[in-house]
Design a binder for this molecule. Structure first.
Ligand code: PNS
Length: 168
């Protein structure tokens, strides 16, 4: 039987419990899920693609159905390279929908054989986004309920000034 492969593309800067939730749901449907980390310096990510993958690996604790790739071109090209039949995207709120719908239709136009599958995150994750968590961390708020331990550690190292750094 042929393996059902899906690509889960994103910035993952860094991985949140929302991403982990979607990834877990995707592994219940597909035999293999390729996490495709966007490696585009023009987007000014906080973490390099290698760092983002390392944080995801730690969060996923070696799930063998999950593999990792980076890409800097079209998502559909990445999906084709991986032999994927589907692109997985997470939906949180209605506000996500318009942009996601536009991307899904463009991707279908570019690669009609690849289907976008939207998965809903659990209710407790609907307001979590990497950018919001970065802001909370930067302003000294607690982030442990929103991101895996490795992400929280990495964010605090990057964003919370140490006593020495804060000294004039
Ligand atoms: O985690 P994000 O930032 O919401 O992920 C967005 C991503 C990487 C999925 C999106 O920017 C993307 O697909 N980029 C690749 C460029 C592309 O394929 N564009 C044309 C289709 S819309």
């Amino acid at each position: 039987m042929t393996e059902r492969i899906a690509v889960y593309p994103g910035s993952f800067d860094p991985v949140t419990f929302g991403h982990v939730d979607i990834l877990h749901r995707a592994t219940l449907i597909f035999d293999q899920v390729v996490v495709a980390v966007l490696d585009n310096p023009l987007k000014h990510p906080m973490f390099t693609a290698a760092e983002r993958i390392a944080l995801m690996r730690e969060a996923l604790d070696g799930d063998r159905r999950v593999v990792y790739d980076t890409f800097d071109g079209l998502t559909v090209d990445c999906a084709r390279r991986a032999g994927a039949a589907a692109i997985v995207r997470g939906l949180r709120a209605v506000s996500d929908f318009e942009n996601e719908f536009q991307m899904a239709l463009m991707n279908r136009r570019l690669a009609p054989e690849i289907h976008t599958v939207f998965l809903m995150t659990s209710f407790s994750n609907v307001y979590i986004s990497s950018s919001l968590i970065k802001e909370v961390c930067r302003l000294g708020g607690p982030i442990d309920d929103f991101v895996p331990e490795a992400s929280a550690r990495a964010l605090r190292r990057r964003l919370t000034p140490t006593t020495t750094e804060a000294a004039p």
